[in-house]
Design a protein around this ligand. Sequence first.
Ligand code: HEC
Length: 148
Amino acid sequence: MKKTIILISVVFLVSGYSPVFADKPDKARCPQARKTPAAPPNYLKLENPLEVNAKRLKKGEVLYMDKAKPMQCLHCHGARGDGTGELGLQANPPARNFTCLETMKNISDGQMFWAIKNGVKGTAMPAYSELADWEIWVLIHYVRQFGK
Ligand code: HEC
């Protein structure tokens, strides 16, 4: 019996297969499938009116990590922006991985503005309707720097 258990363990180790770590979900996915639909045309063409600078990135960081209501972004999108926040991994679809440029390059500023302001129906992405427009724009600058 003991020998069988040891033999099975060795086989698992050698084959690199571990049932505990199989299909580990906390890996940042890239490229990532998107469930978010395209924003209405009047949003899509919006461009970020604020130039990016250190002060604005800091404001974005404070909102992302601490102040945004109903819930800070990091719980889903993660402190590193890779979508591995504790709720982001549970969500179906999972939260956006902002470090994945392959996916992010196709998401315009106006698209993000719409998603943040209104939330995304059918996903865990909540609406941040109480944020001022400038707060959403600094958040967008902050979100983009994860891919740099
Ligand atoms: C409760 C979890 C959760 C929180 C909190 C959250 N998000 Fe999301 N977010 C998601 C999910 C889920 C998606 C949709 C992923 C998909 O399209 O498949 C998403 C999508 C997005 C997108 C991409 C939209 C697109 O067109 O692909 C942006 C930008 C975004 N979130 C920004 C934010 C910002 C900024 C905050 C904080 C102010 C935030 N999110 C808070 C879960 C969350």
